[in-house]
Design a protein around this ligand. Structure first.
Ligand code: DSN
Length: 440
């Protein structure tokens, strides 16, 4: 009799097949990468780096790690790559550990403006607690305010500026970040986790000529296993020839123990997959799907931050209906078969826990083989869900919010209109496999 774990995995697979996943940071890996992840490599220990391990028996693992490193160096045209960080947050911690002393100044984009927790979010994160954090924001058009950023940089003289976003729907202008960093002599780090695949596929400009260090998770648009890469550029090594070695030492012995060798091999394979012509087609389709979804939502009267998207994601601004509607809308969408995440909007009027927005992205649905026609349907379903929940206004009294959401959820799970949409979504989504090369 199979263990309950296998039953639950089957259930999860069914859930993924029947629903439409719009979380912009999620993607499905190829069957080959999946096979690598469950291979014998996951049993090995290999602390250290190729050729200098603390454990024996790493002859093959050394070859695999060198392969991953060489493929990434070739793909991004950079002189140094590290593939051992367990994921994006530890990788950002390693870069800071390598280049900053505790108490030195770090600058990053505010979380509410589309930045990431590890980019110096104050008080609650290591990046905001152990370093002096300066956070920059957006202009009146919800785009990065480079004038404000430059003024803050002159005032606070950060030793490191980290660029990168998790809910910013526009192209990042790395040349402008470089101008700010150079004006104050700061290290410039680009966290491209969300847009790596777009960069490889030519749908977003590359940061390589402009920045010193690049960090990316490997499981978002890169479509590999859950992990991270840290790359040092020629520009970075020209500033400090020890940059690569400082990053490697920050990973081990600085922060981590043994690397996850199956992940390393999966990154090597994903790097090869990303060189194939079909990856370019896939990435182009991510963009087409994002444009179509954005256009459909706006045609249905739904407001988007920045009135659209220039990348793989968009942020719905629900404030024309009600402030703090994100939780209700995201929950109701899930009941209707479309899962995404609630998100803050620029100048969030409510709170990060009860935000006023939704974040939607197209990398995963594009991997499943969905195209413009499906995005139009998905956009119309989302509009119907929002229409159903738009009157579910969050109480002003903070004490009443928890009980209100609890009651709302109890009602939503049996809401016949949401359940009717979920049947339509299921009929459509079930026709698509979990993985295709996408866009062909
Ligand atoms: N969890 C990632 C995202 O959803 O964007 C960032 O860490």
């Amino acid at each position: 009799m199979p263990d309950i774990v296998f039953e639950l995995i089957k259930e999860e697979e069914q859930r993924q097949k029947e629903k439409v996943g719009l979380i912009p940071s999620e993607n499905n890996i190829s069957p080959d990468v999946s096979a690598v992840l469950s291979s014998c490599l996951s049993s090995k220990y290999s602390e250290g780096y190729p050729g200098r391990r603390y454990y024996e028996g790493n002859q093959i693992v050394d070859k695999l790690e060198n392969l991953a490193i060489d493929r990434l160096k070739e793909l991004f045209q950079v002189p140094h790559a590290n593939v051992q960080a367990y994921s994006g947050s530890p990788a950002n911690a390693a870069i800071m550990f390598a280049l900053l002393e505790p108490g030195e100044t770090l600058m990053g984009l505010q979380l509410g403006a589309g930045g990431h927790l590890t980019h110096g979010h104050p008080k609650v994160t290591f990046s905001g607690k152990y370093f002096k954090s300066v956070q920059h924001g957006l202009d009146a058009d919800d785009r990065i305010d480079f004038e404000e950023m430059l003024a803050l940089a002159y005032e606070h003289r950060p030793k490191m500026i980290i660029t990168g976003t998790t809910s910013y729907p526009f192209i990042l202008d790395f040349a402008r970040f470089q101008e700010v960093a150079d004006a104050v002599g700061a290290w410039l780090v680009a966290d491209i986790s969300h847009i790596t695949g777009l960069i490889i596929g030519g749908e977003h400009p590359s940061p390589v000529p402009y920045v010193d260090v690049i960090m990316s998770t490997t499981h978002k648009t890169f479509r590999g296993p859950r992990g991270a890469m840290i790359l040092a550029t020629d520009r970075g090594l020209a500033k400090d020839p020890q940059l690569g070695s400082k990053i490697d030492k920050a990973i081990i012995p600085g922060l981590q123990g043994g690397p996850h060798d199956a992940t390393t091999a999966g990154i090597a394979l994903a790097a090869e997959e990303a060189t194939r012509p079909e990856f370019k087609t896939y990435v182009r389709q991510i963009r087409k799907n994002a444009d179509t979804l954005a256009a459909t939502l706006m045609a249905e009267g739904i407001k988007l931050v920045g009135n659209g998207t220039e990348n793989h994601l968009m942020v719905v601004d629900l404030t024309p209906f009600s402030e703090g509607l994100g939780t209700q809308a995201a929950f109701a969408m899930d009941i209707a078969g479309i899962y995404a995440n609630r998100n803050v909007i620029p100048n969030e009027p409510c709170s990060p826990f009860y935000p006023s927005g939704l974040r939607l992205g197209t990398p995963l649905v594009t991997t499943r083989g969905m195209k413009e026609a499906e995005m139009e349907k998905v956009g119309r379903w989302i509009a119907r869900v929002i229409d159903i929940v738009k009157g579910e206004t969050l109480p002003i009294d903070k004490k009443e919010r928890g009980p209100f959401i609890k009651t709302f959820k109890q009602k939503a799970v049996t809401n016949p209109e949401l359940l009717a949409i979920s049947e339509e979504v299921k009929a459509m989504a079930s026709q698509f496999p979990l993985f295709t090369w996408g866009g062909e």
